[in-house]
Design a protein around this ligand. Structure first.
Ligand code: HEM
Length: 143
């Protein structure tokens, strides 16, 4: 009989969630397509890797590690300083897709995560569009 898993956390375990979060930021660091969201982050990604591991552990059905650290699982405040439109959301999701590939996630796990991952990234989105690259005082001078 094949084993039935009910949560992504059951499939990945602590070590797998950590591997995924680490791979996620390694991918973000490497891909040129995601340079815009990479530059929003600190140079050193060690802290954010730990925070994403903590967040995903609870979000995937494991112990509420992030909640224990922060007292909430709300992602609005930590993202408030950044302009996150559809483009940034999609860059984030691209990193997650590639990270899932990198850790050798099964099709079952990828299917389980697809819709909820989109949903959580969509919840983090806080504006309709992205800041145009050439926005700023000089645009007045040159136009
Ligand atoms: C939608 C596109 C997203 C962008 C562009 C984005 C970007 C960022 C940035 C710039 C930070 C601050 C990093 C730093 O301090 O160096 C951050 C923090 C964080 N992000 Fe995101 N994020 C996105 C979506 C998400 C999603 C969907 C999740 C969870 C599933 C998530 C989880 C976190 C966590 C846990 C932190 C740390 C918050 C804390 O310090 O308590 N992010 N994110």
């Amino acid at each position: 009989m094949t084993e039935q898993f009910s949560t992504p956390y059951e499939i990945l375990g602590d070590a797998g969630v950590k591997q995924l979060a680490n791979a996620f930021y390694d991918v973000m660091d490497e891909l040129t397509e995601t340079a815009e969201i990479r530059q929003m982050h600190a140079d050193n990604l060690d802290h954010i890797k730990r925070m994403l591991t903590a967040y995903l552990t609870g979000w995937m059905g494991g112990p509420p590690v992030y909640q224990a650290i922060k007292g909430t699982v709300c992602l609005t405040d930590p993202h408030e300083p950044y302009r996150i439109g559809p483009k940034e959301r999609d860059q984030w999701l691209l990193c997650m897709d590639k990270a899932l590939e990198r850790v050798g996630a099964s099709d079952e796990l990828k299917n389980m995560l697809k819709q909820p991952m989109f949903q959580v990234a969509e919840t983090v989105r806080n504006c309709e569009d992205s800041t145009p690259k050439n926005q700023g005082a000089n645009i007045i001078a040159v136009s």
